[in-house]
Write a protein that binds this ligand. Structure first.
Ligand code: C5P
Length: 216
């Protein structure tokens, strides 16, 4: 109650030309559930989203498409935030050149699109962290815990929500999720298969146990 919470949701879309993009299978449902859980607890919530889901009541929704647009919107809200939850699936790469006209079929059987690295928004937030409690997500298909632990260190996180997106009932597009919370001190909480909104409430229970000065 009274905290400022910044949440990101959905998969970014990286333009190829005016009608095409490179995207991913993120639905935005986990991020929206987190925003709803935060507003239900009395937080002031900004949700930076690429998803076409209905805006939750009482949430300040900022719609974006690409990783770079998400970065700008997140950085604008970062300094004022107490808790940041980066649930969005941000594209690691974008097309180097965005064609200004629709790319037409040519005689060749193949077409090459060269990609360049996007900025890692979460890593940037971690490197300029002041008092924010920073929560990242790790969606993996293998070696889940090892990658998640690596990200806590590399991105200077206070908590990571790790999910194996290949498990039934977990990951992209589903109504439920199966996650583990991992913390910098090595502690870990494993949750069973739960609706995404219940995962969101468990997430804030875990954050509040660790947030200095917060009512438990
Ligand atoms: O390294 P990986 O992409 O698996 O990390 C996932 C976490 O990092 C998520 O919280 C995601 O929102 C964030 N991320 C980001 N910017 C990127 C890539 C990932 O903020 N370019």
């Amino acid at each position: 109650n009274g905290k400022r919470v910044l949440v990101t949701a959905g998969g970014t879309r990286e333009a190829i030309d005016p009608v095409r993009y490179i995207g991913n299978r993120s639905s935005g449902k986990m991020g929206y559930a987190i925003a709803e859980a935060a507003v239900a607890r009395g937080a002031a919530v900004t949700l930076v989203s690429t998803a076409a889901l209905p805006s939750p009541a009482g949430v300040n929704v900022v719609k974006v498409e690409s990783a770079e647009e998400m970065r700008q919107a997140v950085l604008a809200a970062y300094d004022a935030a107490d808790i940041v939850v980066k649930a969005a699936a941000v594209a690691d790469y974008r097309p180097t050149i965005v064609a200004d006209k629709k790319i037409k079929k040519a005689a060749e059987d193949s077409l090459t699109i060269v990609l360049q690295r996007n900025p890692d928004i979460l890593q940037e937030l971690g490197s300029r962290k002041k008092s924010q409690f920073l929560v990242g997500f790790a969606a993996e298909t293998h070696d889940l815990e090892a990658y998640a632990k690596e990200k806590i260190a590399k991105k200077n996180l206070d908590m990571i929500v790790a999910n194996d997106v290949t498990a039934a009932g977990a990951g992209f597009g589903t109504e439920t999720n199966i996650v583990k919370f991992l913390f910098p001190d090595g502690s870990k909480t494993e949750l069973s298969c739960l609706p995404k909104r219940a995962v969101a409430d468990k997430l804030f229970d875990a954050v509040l146990q660790r947030l200095p000065g917060a009512a438990k």
